[in-house]
Each structure stands twice: as C-alpha cells, then as structure tokens.
Design a protein around this ligand. Structure first.
Ligand code: SF4
Length: 253
C-alpha cells in the first residue's frame, strides 16, 4: 500500500511508517540506486528531492531527471551561497530539464529580525543554520510524505548501517537514501559515465560546498569535509528535528 493511502487511513503513526519502511527496504534490498530512486517516487507517496546543488548533487538530480523531470526539487538558498552555486543551479536545472524546482528561503522578516547584517554566523553558526536552512526546509517539507537525500554509509560511523528507507523521527515522513551503499568511486564513475557537469568550485579545491563564509578549500589528503566550518567544532548544520523538537546532533551531513 502506498504511503499516502496509509497516512490518510491511519495517520502518520510511527509504527505504520516503520512497517512501510521495512517493506520498502525488503523490496529494494538488492536493487540499484536508480531503482530505489524510482521506487521512492512510485511507492513512497509525495516525495521531494532535497538538493544543495553542491559537489556531488548532480548524481541525484540526474536520476530525478531520468525518472521524472517533474520531481519536486527543493533547493535551500541561504542567501549566503557562492555565486558559482547559484549559476550552477540554474545551468543544471536547465540542462537536465527539471521542471519543478522550488527555491526555499527564510522569511525575510525573520532575517531582518535575527540577522539583519548577515553576521549571526560569526557568533552562533548553529543559530544561523537554523534560521537560514533548517526551519525553511522543514517548512517546505510540510505536505510531503518523504524526501530523498544524498547521504552515504561511508560518510560517518553513525551511517554505517543506514538503509535505503528510514523513518524520520517526529515528522511523519520517510527519508530515502538511494546512494546509501555508494563509495566515492561510484559517485565519480556515475558522473563520468553520464558526462555530468561538475560544480565549478570542485576544480578549485572545494570537494564539499556549502555557504561561502563557512566553506574553504581543502588540501590534498585532507578530509573532503574539513573545509566546512574550518576551525570550529561543527561538522553539519547542527539542528535537526527529533520527536517534533529541534535538537543538535553530531553526525556529519
Ligand atoms: Fe550560516 Fe554558515 Fe550555516 Fe550558511 S553554513 S547558514 S552562513 S552558519
């Protein structure tokens, strides 16, 4: 039974979601990332792809274009991104023919109130990420049954057993991770085989790309994400929703 029917009938009860997720994981266990992506669109209800249009985003964006060009693609523009990211976003969306791109931004009133000079990040990066990324994204995801992420098992020990389909705590949504089992070589191979355009900053030493003030180039041999919030005890956006409440977690995004 598709997720939207289950939720209509029984509400977004975690047990029901868990059963659905378990069923989807059983069904797609030995399938490819592309199959999982298509399966999420077919069997997961209303599903959106969340994309930063960063260094590796093109893989899932390409899968979306192949599966269904009208797949909702949510792009969070923090208004502190690199100009290269904005140009790349426009170029990729046009080249792939994506027809349902939604640019998500924080409420201007909230920006004016909390961060009128764009300096909130200097004193509190978590508060800045919450204002400019987490809250706008959570708001945009209302009405969706789930969302597709680019998370991979190799990126963190806490993701070592991550499945293709997961229950997102406290939101009544599922998270879909088609690339869960991919290694860095698989990402590179997919981009080469499909001749996909790379983010222009990758060639300039940025293997992981976020907001301009919080991203620096990475030297040979460094962890690819070491250029994010360099020098700070922070490795991801900092605030997530668990059981309907905002919490800070230490997992790399
Ligand atoms: Fe603010 Fe930096 Fe987070 Fe971007 S990455 S939202 S600039 S703290």
């Amino acid at each position: 039974m598709p997720l939207d029917e289950i939720q209509t009938e029984l509400g977004s009860d975690r047990r029901v979601l868990s059963e659905l997720v378990s069923e989807l994981n059983d069904r797609y266990r030995h399938h490819s990332a592309t199959d999982v992506f298509r399966g999420a669109l077919k069997d997961g209800g209303e599903i959106a792809l969340v994309s930063s249009f960063g260094a590796e985003s093109i893989v899932l964006l390409h899968m979306a274009a192949v599966a269904d060009k009208h797949t909702p693609v949510l792009f969070v523009d923090t208004q502190l991104l690199f100009p290269e990211t904005l140009a790349y976003q426009a170029e990729v969306a046009e080249r792939l023919g994506l027809t349902n791109l939604r640019v998500i931004r924080a409420d201007q009133e909230e920006i004016d109130r909390q961060d009128p000079y764009g300096a909130l990040r200097l004193g509190d990066t978590d508060a800045c990420c919450t204002l400019r990324k987490t809250i706008p994204l959570q708001r945009a995801l209302r009405g969706y049954d789930g969302w597709i992420t680019g998370r991979k098992r190799f990126q963190a020990g806490t993701r070592a057993t991550m499945e293709f389909f997961e229950v997102e705590d406290g939101t009544g949504r599922i998270k879909v991770n088609p690339l869960a089992h991919w290694a860095p070589e698989d990402v590179r191979a997919y981009m080469e085989e499909n001749r996909l355009p790379r983010h222009p900053l990758v060639a300039k030493g940025y293997p992981s790309i976020g907001c301009a003030p919080c991203t620096s180039p990475v030297k040979e041999g460094e962890d690819p994400r070491s250029g994010r919030w360099r020098g700070q005890d922070k490795s991801e956006c900092g605030i997530h929703f668990v059981d309907g409440k905002m919490v800070r977690i230490g997992e790399k995004a």
